[in-house]
Design a protein around this ligand. Structure first.
Ligand code: SAH
Length: 364
């Protein structure tokens, strides 16, 4: 068992079972042993691969998207370009490079990276050394400088800890992590039912509620309404609230049991975009989407960009761009185009952002 696993067992032995939310929070963000806190989990060598790590095109298209959004916001100067959970800094690095073709935007931008992991902040620092933009690191959005903002978040919401409730005997009980008879971590249910969930469901159904993400959406929406701006969330998840257990742990690109060696695997839950939209809308912000990542990237011109990059590449590498494009926009199993969604939260004065305008996505 991992060091964190032993610590969690000791915690449960002395204080009783913990919620899935607490378990996930500890597994990802425990200051000493949390999964994100002291490693680089990305890429072929790591545990999972994200869109910006698949291809430079993802960050480039988001950089141009941000420049366009800035222009529809009335070209504020300065504009806060904020990224939530920037991983290796690849998205921001590609975005800033691509945005050079809009010099007035580049000149107006100051960048804030919201990151809890000191190890990843170091890697981001390296990645952005030559970006030429002023960059600051903060642990929470509330510490970012005030003013009109463009906020980017890829695979951020899925890392926020989720609560789970299971329908038993006509009541909801919270799913907990406890110790089994041999002292190992095991799932169980709270002994008391949870009185304040009014939703009905079939026996055995699982309901996920991301209270941390809801609070975050309230804070973000309120900021955008008061200070102006637009936020783009790209993540895997569903457009309509439903039932089901989506908690998953990934290690070296394989699914593993989330309770075995906590702190050594990435743990995520699908994002309930409808629920996130409800919280953000309650603040008075506008919501666009969610739409499929594939449709979004196509509307931003990924097909053209793929051809341009392939033409300039040496012949043996030309195919790489097409393979990356297909992985990002394809809608078959194992591709990201339909599993991942894009959603925007914006100040009401901002017109529909690129990719979310009411016309059908361009076809290849
Ligand atoms: N956006 C990157 C990384 C996604 S992984 C990419 O697409 O490659 C999730 C990122 O969010 C990591 O950088 C992780 O350290 C960070 N993170 C997780 N929880 C966070 C929190 N509560 N506040 C800020 N950053 C967080």
């Amino acid at each position: 068992m991992s060091a964190l696993g032993d610590e969690i067992k000791a915690m449960i032995a002395s204080d009783g079972p913990i919620t899935v939310e607490t378990f996930m929070e500890l597994a990802l963000a425990h200051p000493d042993y949390g999964y994100y806190m002291n490693r680089d989990p990305f890429g072929a060598e790591g545990d999972f691969t994200t869109a910006p790590e698949i291809s430079q095109m993802f960050g480039e298209l988001l950089g141009l998207w941000a420049a366009e959004v800035w222009s529809t916001m009335g070209r504020p100067n300065p504009v806060r370009l904020v990224e939530l959970g920037p991983g290796r800094g690849t998205l921001m690095s590609d975005a800033l490079r691509a945005a050079r073709i809009v010099p007035a935007f580049r000149a107006a931008v100051d960048v804030t990276l919201i990151e809890i992991s000191p190890a990843l902040a170091n890697i981001q620092h390296e990645a952005l050394l030559t970006s030429g933009a002023p960059i600051a690191w903060r642990a929470t959005l509330s510490e970012a400088p005030e003013g009109p903002a463009i906020i980017l978040a890829n695979e951020f919401l899925d890392a926020l800890p989720v609560r789970q409730f299971v329908r038993r005997g006509g009541r909801w009980r919270e799913r907990m992590v406890r110790l089994d008879g041999s002292g190992q971590l095991a799932f169980g249910l709270s002994s008391d039912p949870v009185p304040d969930i009014k939703v009905d469901a079939d026996e055995g159904a699982t309901l996920e509620v991301n209270a941390v993400a809801h609070r975050f959406m309230f804070e973000l929406g309120a900021r955008l309404v008061k200070q102006g701006g637009t936020a783009l969330f790209v993540d895997y998840g569903h457009g309509a609230t439903g039932f089901g257990d989506t908690l998953q742990a990934l290690r070296a690109h394989r699914m593993v049991d989330p309770l075995v060696n906590p702190g050594e695997a990435d743990i995520t839950a699908h994002v309930d975009f409808a629920a996130m939209a409800r919280s953000a809308r309650a603040t008075g912000a506008s919501i666009y989407g969610p739409i499929d990542q594939g449709d979004f990237l196509r509307a931003l011109g990924i097909d053209m960009r793929t051809r341009a990059l392939a033409q300039r590449a040496p012949p043996e590498r030309a195919d790489e761009f097409e393979q990356a494009r297909r992985r990002l926009v394809g809608k078959s199993d194992g591709e990201m185009g339909a599993l991942f969604k894009a959603m925007v939260v914006a100040n009401r004065s901002v017109p529909p952002p690129p990719g979310f305008q009411p016309y059908p996505a361009r076809q290849a």
